[in-house]
Write a protein that binds this ligand. Structure first.
Ligand SMILES: Cc1ncc(COP(=O)(O)O)c(C=O)c1O
Length: 503
């Protein structure tokens, strides 16, 4: 019987991944505990079912273990990491050993699938999404053009239609699912640059200091020079400073430059802050600049009443980055871009090859290859479609509402702790705080909380100060995860005193 490290105690127990855990001498079903050199790439029906069942059991045991599992694990030594990197053998190995390696490798570092993972922008990846990915990969439909797998493209377009309607971008809008927020931001900047014109050397992109770094990276990747990107400061509430934006534009106009795009964050990564969307869109319109809202994190809060109110004005933007692998709880790898004038997206991604001469246009459906940089792409819409149809939209709405509640509760209760000062008010589901005793004590608390292994937080720097963040975006996160943070702060040893106390 196979042994792996216990997820909750670090000791050994029989299986997280219970695979054919029987005596090979007496059980003929133990086909995975001996070499399977003859397992051909095209498997028999029985082999497929067995493999699928073992994978399901493996995942189910993993998911069942999560409530008691630590939020993070110690780093592996270099010998262990080298073992994970071993080159594949010429002949196949038994599945149980391979699953054990996967389990062991998963238990190194933070457990981003756990509800106790409150760092960065969390995303547990709901199970229905994982099943959707599995089915999509098994079907392996080509969804680049609409002629090849028209039904699959129709399913995916149904998801996009729903998202476009949610954001109210109007009848000319188009959308495409991409691999994540970074690629969506890149696709948006390329669309903005395309509309600006072939010679974009005079075009300037404006972005807040609090924007996700993928926006600046996108500008660079899109060939926009560093000296054509203006970093606009943020106010005390961490929102883009509109006065600074206007001054920067005036200075650029005076220097003979022209605004190419203004990027607002609809939920920043650090603090979940929503920039003044209406003001940004008005300024962009006044200067003929492309307005882009990076709603990778915040976008699907549009499903909730509070989110929709706070995201007011987003429907006027030229483009919006959304990310189903953030606020729609999907497994990693599903972001997207919505563009008000779909033709611009088509123009930006134009390209043909002679091998594409058989492509025909199915009326009413787009070619996704014409809306983004990818030609061959996974059936990305399927996990989203399956999740939305299986659980219903209401299930997502109520979880997002619960995330907002958790953030409100966290802010309220952190504010009551003498040692703690919260930074800004949460617009969405991220709460930022620091120790009133300054950076040294904030860092001490950060290590104290994370070293407990009970919850995992990430940190950042805001206004030059070290801050801790609590980000709620996982259906697996419960009130007791927040309780644990508050208790850990309450039970932490005396503050580290320093001379940078926060008033
Ligand atoms: C606001 C925002 N934009 C963009 C991104 C990048 O998204 P991805 O990591 O999916 O590329 C993130 C990631 O956290 C984000 O929070």
């Amino acid at each position: 019987m196979f042994q792996i490290a216990d997820r909750s105690t670090g000791s050994c127990h029989e299986y997280w991944c219970c695979i054919s855990a029987t005596d090979p001498a007496t059980d003929s079903t133990d086909r995975y505990s001996r070499p399977v050199n003859d397992l051909s790439l095209e498997m028999t029906s029985e082999q497929r079912v067995d493999l699928g069942q073992e994978a399901v059991r493996f995942l189910d045991e993993f998911l069942s273990s999560l409530p008691d599992a630590p939020a993070s694990y110690p780093m592996a030594d270099s010998a262990t990491l080298s073992r994970f990197r071993q080159a594949p053998p010429e002949d196949g190995l038994p599945l149980d050993g391979l699953l054990a390696t996967i389990a062991e490798a998963s238990n190194v570092g933070a457990d981003s699938a756990a509800g106790s993972f409150l760092g960065y922008i969390p995303n547990c990846g709901i199970y229905s999404g994982a099943v959707g990915e599995f089915i999509a990969a098994g079907l392996n439909r080509y969804t680049g053009g609409n002629h090849a797998s028209t039904g699959a493209v129709a399913i995916e377009q149904g998801v996009i239609d729903w998202i476009l309607k949610l954001f109210g971008l109007g009848p000319k809008a188009a959308g495409v699912l991409l691999s994540g927020g970074s690629i969506a931001n890149l696709t948006a900047i390329v669309a903005a640059r395309t509309r600006f014109g072939n010679d974009f050397r005079d075009g300037v992109v404006y972005v807040s200091v609090q924007a996700h770094h993928s926006v600046n990276k996108a500008a660079r990747l899109a060939g926009i020079a560093d000296d054509r990107v203006r970093i606009i400061g943020a106010d005390q509430q961490l929102r883009m400073d509109i006065d600074q934006l206007e001054l920067a534009i005036e200075a650029d106009l005076a220097a003979g430059l022209k605004p190419l795009a203004i990027v607002a964050s609809a939920g920043t990564t650090d603090s979940g802050t929503i920039d003044p969307l209406q003001e940004v869109v008005d300024i962009a319109a006044a200067h003929g600049a492309w307005s882009h809202a990076d709603a990778a994190y915040g976008g699907f809060f549009q499903l909730t009443e509070r989110g929709r109110a706070r995201l007011g004005g987003i429907e006027q933007f030229d483009s919006i980055t959304i990310d189903a692998h953030k606020s729609l709880f999907m497994p990693f790898g599903i972001g997207g871009l919505l563009v008000k004038d779909g033709d611009t997206l088509v123009e930006a991604n134009a390209g043909v090859g002679s091998y594409m001469q058989d492509v025909v246009d199915v009326e009413g459906l787009p070619h996704f290859f014409a809306l983004g940089p990818e030609l061959t792409r996974p059936f990305r819409g399927l996990p989203v479609w399956l999740g939305l149809h299986l659980h219903g939209v209401g299930a997502f709405r109520s979880e997002l509402d619960r995330m907002l509640n958790l953030a409100e509760r966290a802010q309220r209760e952190l504010d009551q702790l003498e040692r703690i000062r919260t930074v800004g008010q949460p617009d969405l589901s991220v709460v930022v705080f620091q120790s009133i005793h300054g950076d040294a004590d904030s860092k001490f608390l950060f290590d104290y909380i994370n070293n407990s292994g009970r919850v995992f937080l990430s940190s950042s720097e805001i206004h030059g100060k070290f801050v801790l963040r609590l980000a709620f975006l996982s259906p697996r996160t419960k009130d007791d995860d927040l309780d644990a943070v508050l208790e850990l702060i309450g039970s932490a040893p005396s503050p580290v005193e320093s001379d940078d106390e926060i008033p």
